[in-house]
Design a protein around this ligand. Structure first.
Ligand code: SAM
Length: 236
């Protein structure tokens, strides 16, 4: 039997590509996004009462991880990218139905220019992600502090201190909300966003992550990550 599911809204996120996005929500509190509800689901009545919740569950489509075939085992980055576990023992985007689930902070609900918008933070979602449902996070059922967490018992460790080059700092200070952006970039980089199988960093290699409207360029020098610049995005 097939069921038809239609997105109820779209995520507008600073993460413009998959590389660099944290692997779970809540790890980077400064990662702010908007969920813009689509007609006919943008009726204000549909969110009456939601402002009473600090957090919500978002169910979404991994729209950039759609494959025609599914695999019963996956290699989670958390295990170094070379050990396999069952797809249903993982939170991999590559699953029989490409549906994701994230708990995020609800910063606010607003109607603006005819649009119904939920302001969110702590997201792990790509820009343009289609959302299929929203549910309130309810502490007495959804929080299980003594639960076992398999191969992911704690949050990823901080591996690097993050510094900004003089050029990057100037570019940062020229932006709105530069303190929030600095904290965002620092938290994004300090746990090492490179794929788990990358191994030792290449000295002199400059990595890029597309964030907001810029290309965040950075390199690894021993135990530090240096943000080189917030470069203009090159169009292809
Ligand atoms: N918290 C969700 C869950 O457990 O279902 C997502 C976990 S999944 C491991 C998170 C990763 O999915 C991110 O690091 C990013 O690389 C990827 N991702 C986020 N949004 C996506 C999208 N719309 N399409 C494909 N991949 C996406």
């Amino acid at each position: 039997m097939k069921y038809q599911i239609e997105p109820i809204g779209i995520i507008h996120s600073p993460y413009k590509e998959k590389f660099g996005i944290p692997r779970q929500p809540g790890l980077i509190k400064e990662a702010r996004a908007q969920l813009v509800l689509s007609p006919p689901y943008n009726r204000p009545e549909a969110v009456v009462g939601l402002e009473g919740y600090s957090h919500i569950w978002i169910q979404f489509i991994f729209h950039q991880a759609i494959r025609s075939e599914w695999q019963p085992m996956v290699r989670p980055p958390r295990l170094g990218g070379n050990k396999r576990v069952g797809v249903f023992a993982s939170r991999s985007p590559f699953r029989p139905n490409p549906i994701g689930l994230s708990v995020v902070k609800l910063e606010g609900v607003r109607c603006e220019n005819g649009e119904l918008i939920l302001d969110l933070s702590g997201i792990d979602l790509l820009d343009g992600t289609p959302v299929i449902d929203i549910k309130p996070y309810v502490v007495y059922v959804d929080s299980i502090p003594d639960a076992c967490s398999g191969f992911a018992p704690v949050a990823p460790a901080v591996k690097y201190t993050v510094d900004f080059s003089e050029r990057a700092r100037k570019q940062l200070l020229a932006r709105q909300d530069s303190a929030q952006l600095e904290a965002f970039i620092t938290h994004l980089l300090e746990t090492d966003p490179r794929p788990a199988y990358s191994g030792e960093p290449d000295p002199g290699r400059v990595y890029g992550i597309l964030l907001y409207d810029f290309d965040l360029r950075w390199e690894i020098l021993a135990d530090r990550i240096i943000v080189c610049e917030l470069a203009e995005v090159e169009s292809d």
